[in-house]
Write a protein that binds this ligand. Sequence first.
Ligand code: FES
Length: 204
Amino acid sequence: MSKGNDKDKVDPNRRAVVVGGAAAVAGIAAGILIGGNAFPKLETQSITKTVVKPEVQKVTVTQPVTSVQAYQKQKVANYSQLQVGNPMPVTYMGYSAYIVRTGTPSIGGVGPNGDVVGYSAVCVHMGGPVQYDPNTHCGVCPYHYSQYDVTRDGMPVIGHPNQYLPMLVLEYDSSTGDIYALGFNRLFYGVYNNIAQASTSSSS
Ligand code: FES
């Protein structure tokens, strides 16, 4: 009899073990839950952004370019305009020059008497302005007093230059008296190519 009653009795030690085990399980579960919150996972997020790139605008600029390919034939005077010893300034393809009747047959001279010549108005020494002297038939530079004989192909006769003064090659039309420039026979002062660095500006 006492044995049946013993079945219904709970061993206090066994009960404590059961209660303790349940508490331990609950504690582990809570730990996992708390631990999961204490160390949140790092997540990789994909963010889509719209980047606006500044557009490079292409601008087309059209400029008229006048290229000179060769010497031009240009009317520079009429024989009737010229007086002996009185030079006429002209601009030929952008270059400063002058036409003059020397009054004596001259190398390269045109016209009825072969005395009309044309020359650069710029000294080949250092670019000074060459002025014609009717008394000597020379182009004279006031900078360093060099002189070029324009009856003898522009030969330097006094001063520093070691080059001739560039001659403006002329053509004479006997039917009209018109005088044309056809080009320089030597390099103009300050340029490396008379034609390449010429411009279309001119005067007569
Ligand atoms: S620049 Fe003409 S002589 Fe010197």
